[in-house]
Design a protein around this ligand. Structure first.
Ligand SMILES: C[S@@+](CC[C@H](N)C(=O)[O-])C[C@H]1O[C@@H](n2cnc3c(N)ncnc32)[C@H](O)[C@@H]1O
Length: 437
């Protein structure tokens, strides 16, 4: 069965941008990006509930679905708010399509989500064969070639379609494609099983617990927010790290959440409203430093220099760490090359806004040297007042070596990449401290 070994379908120009110095590690990285992280993680909101109570609720859901063979739920030593769901036993993992079933085709981003346990939402369905009935089981494929037209009624033949699993149809063709006036929403196909072995449960996020990638959880732990502090989250939407910051502070202190996308800030507002410590603003963080530093610290941006105890810069990035990537949506090298520029501008503002002795965490869900270690090397050159501190708790590996980053420095960084001990998305975390004056 065909399965990609690179998300770039052999676009060597783009591949060459990813690891320019550590190019020997590239082919392993590309293949790893195409594979699915098999452990599911939820972050429990311990301001609202107890982890054991939530574990029991998850256990009930899994037992109802898988009976005696329900996958294990377990915690992690340094992250008491985390619950992990193990993958299914090997015998329960689907390998081949059932030749008696009809087919549906989904786009590659929908395909990636279903490999991580999601169901299929209506916009992701490209093709459904005629006469497919409600409740009928179908083989689900992703279209890597990008040539399947939305609404196709016949079987889509392509050497670049990838079998992903079997699902039960909840919406028929006319519901998916006949309504030209408004976008169709909701679950179109409920997955029964997939080829990755991640339980197909859909997103069980609720006010008590959030489905979140492990490195994102580790990132906020590395920031180590403390009750009563003033903390800036410079690129906050959809607010998943912001709420974690507030939870670790016991909702006691001030978390300023900025994002330059009005729609994304609107989208996270309801979630943030239940935390009294969080204030969100639509704002361009490349302009977050006030021209004059005379005034007392205002409630809204721009802010005077030295205003924050800790800053999280979870920067806009290429997103190349997301897994699985069946097909990368970035097609041009210049798009990849554009990210370090905005990352440097945001980091420059962060250094000014941080008080002496304060902590700055820089993170990306990317794996390119330029967006990760390259930014750290640049920051250490440009801002002598910054020094690296160990990015703990440590679940990922060290940073990659670069000519202008000493080995002792890269060992303080945390990079989530191909690794035998932990199977998660690609991610990068650097922790800096600003010298006390
Ligand atoms: C990686 S996402 C942040 C994810 C978020 N920290 C979380 O964990 O939920 C990057 C965000 O940066 C925002 N962004 C991009 N440029 C920005 C800018 N100049 N100022 C503020 N936010 C920006 C984007 O709108 C996007 O929401």
């Amino acid at each position: 069965m065909f399965y990609p070994k690179t998300p770039f379908l052999g676009n060597s120009l783009l591949e060459g941008e990813i690891l320019k110095v550590n190019s020997a590690a590239l082919s392993q990285l590309l293949e790893w990006l195409c594979q699915t992280p098999r452990v599911t993680t939820y972050r429990v909101n311990r301001l609202r509930t107890n982890v054991d109570t939530h574990k029991k609720q998850l256990k009930d859901v899994l037992s109802k679905r898988y009976g005696q063979r329900a996958p294990r739920i377990y915690g992690l030593a340094d992250l008491p708010e985390v619950l992990c769901i193990a993958p299914l036993e090997a015998e329960l993992v689907l390998r081949e399509p059932d030749p008696t079933l009809k087919e549906i085709i989904v786009d590659t981003s929908c395909g990636a989500a279903l490999l991580r346990g999601a169901h299929i939402y209506a916009p992701g369905v490209l093709a459904m064969e005629s006469n497919t009935q409600l409740q009928e089981c179908v083989n689900v494929y992703a279209d890597l070639a990008g040539k399947c037209k939305r609404g196709t009624t016949t079987r889509y033949e392509s050497s670049e379609k990838v079998f992903l699993g079997v699902g039960k149809v909840l919406m028929q063709r006319y519901q998916l494609y006949n309504n030209k006036d408004e976008a169709v929403t909701g679950i179109a196909v409920e997955m029964q099983s997939n080829v990755s072995g991640v339980p197909s449960l859909g997103d069980l996020s609720c006010a008590d617990a959030l489905l979140q990638n492990l490195p994102s959880i580790v990132c906020v732990r590395v920031l180590d927010p403390q009750p009563g502090e003033r903390i800036l989250d410079m690129c906050a939407a959809p607010g998943n790290k912001t709420t974690h910051i507030a939870e670790l502070m016991g909702d006691n202190g001030c978390v300023v959440a900025l994002d330059n996308s009005a729609s994304r800030v609107r989208g996270m507002q309801t979630k943030l409203n239940s935390y009294r410590s969080i204030q969100a603003h639509v704002y361009d963080s490349t302009k977050a430093v006030a021209a004059s530093s005379d005034a007392a610290c205002p409630a809204a941006p721009p802010f005077p220099c030295d205003s924050f105890d800790r800053i999280l810069l979870d920067a806009p990035c290429s997103g190349l760490g997301n897994r699985p990537q069946l097909l990368c949506s970035i097609k041009q090298a210049k798009v990849l090359q554009s990210y370090p520029n905005i990352q440097r501008r945001l980091l420059g503002q962060a250094v000014q806004l941080l008080r002496p002795g304060g902590i700055l965490v820089y993170s990306t869900c990317s794996v390119t040297e330029a967006e990760c270690e390259g930014i750290v090397a640049w920051a250490l050159r440009k801002y002598p007042e910054l020094r690296l501190v160990d990015a703990t708790p440590r679940y990922g590996g060290s940073g990659l070596p670069l000519p202008d980053l000493e080995a002792t420095q890269s060992s303080l960084l945390q990079r989530f990449g191909p690794c035998k001990d932990i199977d998660t998305v690609g991610f990068f975390i650097a922790k800096f401290q600003k010298d006390s004056k």
